[in-house]
Design a protein around this ligand. Structure first.
Ligand code: A2P
Length: 345
């Protein structure tokens, strides 16, 4: 079996570490795992894909002889280095929002629109974490009933803000228990705008003039692109919650065709990548603690929506570091190989 040279930009970060883990777990055919990060991490040693690898600083020469580079180091670093990778004939799979809405860049969830990979030009974007988890539930229902519009509220875990978000929540919980002030007046703790322990913060990313945040607009714009329904109406409210890992999303969706729960259940049961976890009388529904480090997204609380004529309400939970980032990126790499469209620059 052919093996591939793969670079991981942001290998020391929360998503980068999950990428290494998933390459190993899924037995991705790795010939070389090149770990790239900021100059601060250069020289660190990390076990990856069977070898002890030395982390290197990222520069425009970092991509020589690589087949694929998965970027998880924020938009600025993607903008700085993606073109250098492409010029080295290395296909970029990017977790940031830098190029997601660029018309020449496929935005891909392999189970939904893997076919668009065939027209890539060297850079492929991974969707926003909440969009990816939401669409894993919405897409099979869209195929069955035709999606018209939807409303959603997200409950996003602190690890979505990187490894520092987790440290901030853990520190604040310890302080609360020992009756110390939750936030440091020196501003030393600054990942979130307010205390996150024992709190909810309805504010993720920057506010726009229309009152939505950029994160909330990603749900609308990326859904339009991935499902190829340019006019679909979407309204989303994103909330940071004191959960360590896995995002949960409440969705109320309206469809073109008449809906019914048995057919909706069948559509979800037949879709790879999700599981129906839905027996309310037995208190069975997906929760973040059950869907952390899990490849499948869980769907529950499925019911007819009283707010629409043809509506369904449901609750979907998925590990945002996996299906919302690292897993989806590794699946894109697998799909590029399966479709024989790795070099397409
Ligand atoms: P480093 O650990 O050297 O700072 P997280 O999302 O968990 O905060 O992780 C961000 C990732 O992006 C880290 O791996 C970080 O590396 C990496 N990163 C930050 N700045 C750069 C840069 N200038 N070049 C390459 N990687 C970077």
């Amino acid at each position: 079996m052919k093996k591939y040279k793969i670079g991981i930009v942001g290998a020391t970060g929360a998503v980068g570490q999950e990428i290494i883990h998933l390459l190993e777990k899924r037995e991705f055919p790795v010939a070389e795992a090149r770990l790239l990060a900021s100059p601060r991490s250069a020289g660190r040693e990390i076990q990856a894909c069977g070898n002890l690898e030395v982390v290197k600083k990222t520069d425009s020469d970092s991509f020589k002889n690589l087949d694929i580079a998965i970027f998880s180091a924020g938009s600025k670093n993607t903008v700085n280095f993606a073109e250098a990778a492409r010029k080295s004939n290395c296909v970029v799979i990017d977790n940031s929002s830098a190029f997601r809405m660029n018309k020449d860049v496929p935005l891909v969830i392999p189970e939904i629109n893997g076919d668009v990979l065939e027209s890539h030009r060297g850079i492929i974007a991974n969707p926003n974490c909440s969009t990816a988890v939401a669409l894993m539930g919405l897409y099979p229902l869209h195929k069955r009933f035709g999606l018209k519009r939807f409303f959603s509220s997200t409950y996003q875990a602190v690890s979505g803000a990187g490894a520092e978000g987790v440290v901030e929540l853990e520190n604040q919980i310890k302080k609360q228990i020992s009756n110390k002030p939750l936030t440091d007046s020196s501003g030393a703790e600054s990942v979130f705008q307010h205390p996150i322990a024992f709190n909810l913060i309805p504010h993720i990313d920057e506010f726009r003039e229309d009152g939505y945040t950029k994160e909330e607009l990603k749900m609308r714009n990326e859904t339009r692109k991935i499902l190829d329904i340019p006019s679909i109406q979407v309204s989303c409210t994103c909330v940071r919650v004191p959960v360590l890992r896995a995002h949960s999303i409440s969705i109320n969706a309206e469809f073109d065709s008449p809906v019914n729960v048995p057919d909706a259940r069948t559509a979800l049961e037949n879709f790879v990548g999700v599981e129906l976890w839905d027996a309310p009388n037995a208190s069975k529904y997906p929760m973040p603690i059950n869907y952390s480090q899990k490849e499948l997204c869980g769907i529950g609380r499925l019911r007819l929506d009283h707010g629409f004529t043809n509506g369904l309400a449901f609750w979907v939970v998925g590990d945002q570091l996996w299906k919302g980032a690292a897993l989806n990126a590794v699946q894109i790499a697998e799909e590029l190989i399966a479709r024989k469209c790795l070099i397409n620059l």
